[in-house]
Design a protein around this ligand. Structure first.
Ligand SMILES: C[S@@+](CC[C@H](N)C(=O)[O-])C[C@H]1O[C@@H](n2cnc3c(N)ncnc32)[C@H](O)[C@@H]1O
Length: 295
């Protein structure tokens, strides 16, 4: 049974994404959708095991909520969707008949400690960026502009102008985004196996929505999307099936202190050196000691 929680323009549903989309979300009501579903790679998400019997059965499951997301997206809305590199071709071929795919983004990150030795290890995840109407959609260029790397040591001057002026060195980022993964030591860390970095959602939300727009995330996990949407003065709708992660959202987005009588606490971190000692300087230095989660 679906449960609904709400505060000041931010709504959280505890339930199944497909059921909630069908029952609760009106057609053409959402400005921006960010979808980071289970990837069919065998991860454990609390009580949920991310593994289907075949690629095809995973795709068939996904096509149902993709259709629902297309239905609820406004005519000038944008949709970003992630999945594993091996499953993305299914999503790409399916979505190109429903929406306009404007960019195929690579989220590139630092590799984990475990390195592939006999093949090229994966250091990226793909993201499709789609819009319903390629002639009318929100894209806030100035809010996401980055410094263009020209290689020149001095500023390049445009001498064609009446008064020579430096060239504008700001540009829209390309489709390869280097953003570090969330590490245990980062302030934004939550106890979730595939938490996405706030910096990734910040770029997406700034580019593809405006203040007071509604941002939907049907697989909310650690509620990164809603937390960033809130900070950037957007409204949000989140769906999550696992109570363990729902509790993160209730605390992180709705600022609730308790749920069913249980106190909702942020991850409490302790840092312990191999010799058992610990001090404040070492906490920020990194590398010397092991991090131990108490949750
Ligand atoms: C890849 S994670 C999302 C991570 C999130 N983007 C973040 O930054 O933390 C996918 C989430 O979907 C949830 N989930 C799995 N099946 C679901 C379903 N049918 N409906 C709603 N949520 C589901 C999992 O519990 C998991 O937390």
């Amino acid at each position: 049974m679906t449960q609904k929680f709400e505060k000041e323009g931010h709504v959280i549903y505890h339930g199944d994404a497909l059921e909630v989309l069908k029952a609760e979300i009106a057609s053409e009501s959402i400005d921006l959708i960010f979808i980071d579903p289970p990837y069919n790679i065998g991860k454990k998400f609390a009580g949920f095991h991310d593994k289907w019997t075949s690629d095809e059965s995973y795709a068939e499951w996904a096509y149902q909520w993709i259709d629902e997301c297309v239905r609820v997206l406004k005519s000038n809305g944008s949709l970003y969707i992630m999945t594993s590199t091996q499953a993305m071709p299914y999503f790409d071929l399916y979505l190109k008949n429903k929406l306009s795919i404007l960019s195929r983004i690579v989220w590139h990150y630092d590799s984990s400690g475990v390195q592939a030795r006999n093949y090229y290890g994966s250091t990226y995840e793909p993201i499709l960026y789609c819009v319903k109407d390629p002639k009318k959609y929100t894209f806030n260029t100035d809010d996401i502009a980055v410094e263009a790397k020209t290689g020149a040591k001095r500023k390049l001057i445009d001498y064609r102008k009446p008064t020579p002026t430096p060239y504008n060195t700001k540009k829209v980022p390309g489709n390869v985004w280097y953003i570090p993964r969330v590490r245990y030591r980062m302030g934004e860390y939550e106890n979730h196996p595939s938490q996405k970095p706030e910096a990734l959602l910040e770029r997406i939300i700034l580019a593809s929505s405006n203040e007071n727009d509604i941002v939907l995330d049907p697989f909310s996990g650690a509620f990164t999307t809603a937390a960033v949407a809130k900070r950037l003065k957007r409204k949000s709708i989140s769906i999550e099936s696992q109570e363990e992660y729902l509790k993160i959202g209730l605390r992180r987005v709705l600022e609730k202190n308790t749920h069913n009588g249980e106190e909702l606490l942020a991850v409490e971190k302790t840092y312990r050196r191999k010799n058992g000692k610990c001090n404040k300087e070492e906490e920020t230095a990194g590398g010397l000691f092991d991090a131990i989660s108490k949750t």
